[in-house]
Design a protein around this ligand. Structure first.
Ligand code: ZN
Length: 115
């Protein structure tokens, strides 16, 4: 526990990057610590990384992300933005070889694997 990160709700994460979208978490952005690896997959509390609250909830969706960043309360979730045929796979292995992946190559538990 050497990190200065607070469990949730802080607006100061020192320019930390969201592990889901790789964007800097800005002051004022809602965020929390997400499990990089599910406990059932062997992950522990040392695999907690900051993520945007909207990334955690929607697990992606660039249009929704942009709208949420503008503070639009009616921004759609990623589910409503799902392209026909489902989400394309990730452009690269953003999560590293140690993170278990689902059917489409997103981490296990990411809803984009289901589309
Ligand atoms: Zn994010």
């Amino acid at each position: 526990m050497t990190s200065a990160l607070k469990p949730s709700g802080s607006t100061d994460v020192g320019g930390a990057r969201c592990w889901r979208c790789h964007e800097v978490i800005l002051a004022g952005d809602e965020w929390h610590l997400g499990h990089l690896t599910d406990r059932v997959s062997g992950g522990g509390d040392d695999a907690l990384l900051p993520e945007h609250a909207y990334c955690s909830q929607a697990a992606g969706g660039s249009l929704g992300l942009a709208r949420r960043r503008r503070g639009d309360p009616g921004a759609p979730s990623a589910e409503h933005l799902r392209p026909p045929g489902g989400w394309p796979g990730p452009s690269r292995d953003w999560w590293g070889p140690d993170v278990p992946k689902g059917r489409r190559g997103y981490p296990v538990g990411d809803r984009r694997n289901e589309s």
